[in-house]
Design a protein around this ligand. Structure first.
Ligand SMILES: Nc1ncnc2c1ncn2[C@@H]1O[C@H](COP(=O)(O)OP(=O)(O)OP(=O)(O)O)[C@@H](O)[C@H]1O
Ligand SMILES: [Mg+2]
Length: 359
C-alpha cells in the first residue's frame, strides 16, 4: 500500500483520536471516530480482503459472470457480528464493478418515501447498500419487495375515489443488505436476496496479516511476534485488531522508540483492558455476572441483560457470539451456561458435582 499515496489520504481523513475513545474501542462502529478509522483502513478491492475466502471466491465468480452477461449483480445479504467486514464487502463491490454506491441504513428509512430518492437515483447496475437492514420499519421493507423483484415501485396518488396507483419503473440496481441479526429479517425479505453470506470470526493468522498490513498503512513498525500477540487478543475481529493496533502505536511512540515489540504490545494490551484471551471488560462482566450472580446458569438472556443493565440485543449480537465460539459459554434450551473454561479463565472454582457438563 505504501507509495500509492494512501498515507497522505489517511492523514487527511483521520484526525487525532482521544485516548479514551481508543481504549474503549467500539464493536458496532457507530461512533464517528470509529467510522473514520474503519474507512481509513478498509480494503478497497476484493484482492485486499484477508480471510473469508469462500465469500471472496463466490463474489469474484458472481462479479465475473455479471460483467460477461452485462447484467446487474443479484441482491446480496451479509450477516455476522459487528466488525467482521460487512460494510467492507459492500463498499468493495462497486469498486470491482465500476459502478456507483449509495449508502443508507435501516433505521433512517422510517417511511417508504425515504427510500424513493435512493431508488430513483439508482443507476443500472449500481449498488444500494442498506446497513442494519433488520431495523428497517415493516412498511419500508414491504415497499422494497417489488423494487427488488421487478425493479418497479407502486404508490398511490390522491385518495378516496380519485386514488390512482402509479407504477414506476426503476433501473436494475443491486441491493446489498448488512445485518447482525439475519433471524430478524422477514422470510419474504430474505428470499429476495440471491446470495446470503455469513461472515465468520477470523483466525489468528488472518488477523496477524491484517495487523501487519495496517501497521504499514499507519507507518508504524510491528514485529511478527507482536502482530501475532495482538491478533490473538482481538476477539477474532478485524475492527478490534485495528483499534488495538492504534493504541499500541500510541503506546510505542510515547513509551518506547515507536516500534511495536512484543513487550510493548503486551503492555499496551494490558492497559487497554484486553486480557490473555482478548476479552474486554464487557465480556468479563458478562462471565462474572453469569458465574457470580447466576451460579453459572442456566439463565435466560433477559435476566442477564437486566442484571448487567444492557440491551438484550447488545448481549446477543456483540458479546455472546465470541464467547460461544471460544466455548466460554454454551446455549442450552434452558438458557446460557458457563463452561469450565470460563471458570478457569476467571480463576474461579467450578461448583462440585456433575452439574457442569461442559468442558
Ligand atoms: N476481511 C478483511 N480484511 C481486512 N480488513 C478487514 C476485513 N474485514 C474488516 N476489516 C477491517 O475492519 C474494519 C471494520 O470492518 P467493517 O466496518 O466492514 O465491519 P462491519 O461488519 O460492517 O461492522 P458493523 O456490524 O459494526 O457495521 C474495516 O474498516 C477494515 O479495516
Ligand atoms: Mg458496518
Amino acid at each position: 500500500m505504501r507509495g500509492d499515496g494512501s498515507e497522505v489520504a489517511f492523514k487527511e481523513v483521520v484526525p487525532d483520536v482521544p485516548r479514551e475513545a481508543i481504549l474503549q474501542g467500539n464493536r458496532s462502529g457507530n461512533d464517528d471516530e470509529q467510522k473514520r478509522r474503519d474507512d481509513a483502513l478498509r480494503p478497497r478491492r476484493l484482492s485486499e480482503i484477508i480471510g473469508q475466502k469462500a465469500i471472496v471466491e463466490k463474489l469474484r465468480i458472481a462479479i465475473n459472470a455479471c460483467k460477461k452477461f452485462k447484467e446487474p449483480l443479484g441482491h446480496i445479504l451479509f450477516d455476522g457480528p459487528p466488525g467482521l467486514g460487512k460494510t467492507t464487502f459492500a463498499t468493495v463491490l462497486p469498486n470491482e464493478l465500476g459502478t456507483q454506491l449509495q449508502m443508507t441504513s435501516g433505521p433512517a428509512l422510517t417511511r417508504p418515501a425515504d427510500l424513493m430518492p435512493y431508488l430513483t437515483n439508482a443507476t443500472e447496475g449500481s449498488i444500494l447498500f442498506i446497513d442494519e437492514i433488520h431495523r428497517m420499519p415493516r412498511a419500508a421493507e414491504e415497499f422494497l419487495y417489488s423494487a427488488m423483484e421487478d425493479f418497479r415501485v407502486d404508490f398511490v396518488l390522491g385518495d378516496g375515489i380519485n386514488a390512482r396507483t402509479i407504477s414506476m419503473p426503476l433501473k436494475r440496481f443491486t441491493l446489498v443488505g448488512a445485518t447482525t441479526r439475519s433471524g430478524m429479517l422477514t422470510g419474504p425479505m430474505r428470499d429476495r436476496f440471491k446470495m446470503h453470506e455469513h461472515l465468520e470470526f477470523y483466525s489468528v493468522e488472518e488477523l496477524a496479516q491484517i495487523v501487519t498490513i495496517n501497521a504499514r498503512k499507519l507507518n508504524v513498525t510491528i514485529t511478527p511476534e507482536a502482530a501475532r500477540e495482538l491478533a490473538s487478543r482481538s476477539r477474532g475481529t478485524p475492527r478490534i485488531a485495528n483499534t488495538r493496533l492504534w493504541w499500541a502505536r500510541y503506546y510505542a511512540t510515547s513509551e518506547g522508540d515507536g516500534t511495536i515489540t512484543l513487550d510493548v504490545c503486551k503492555a499496551a494490551l494490558e492497559m487497554s483492558g484486553a486480557d490473555t484471551l482478548g476479552l474486554d471488560k464487557q465480556d468479563r462482566r458478562y462471565l462474572e455476572t453469569l458465574i457470580g450472580v447466576f451460579e453459572g446458569g442456566p439463565t435466560g438472556v433477559e435476566a442477564l441483560a437486566a442484571t448487567m443493565n444492557l440491551a438484550q440485543d447488545t448481549l446477543a449480537d456483540e458479546i455472546e457470539p465470541y464467547l460461544l465460539r471460544e466455548q466460554l459459554i454454551v446455549r442450552t434450551p434452558r438458557g446460557r451456561v458457563a463452561t469450565r473454561k470460563a471458570y478457569a479463565h476467571l480463576q474461579r472454582t467450578p461448583p462440585p458435582g456433575p452439574g457442569l457438563l461442559f468442558e
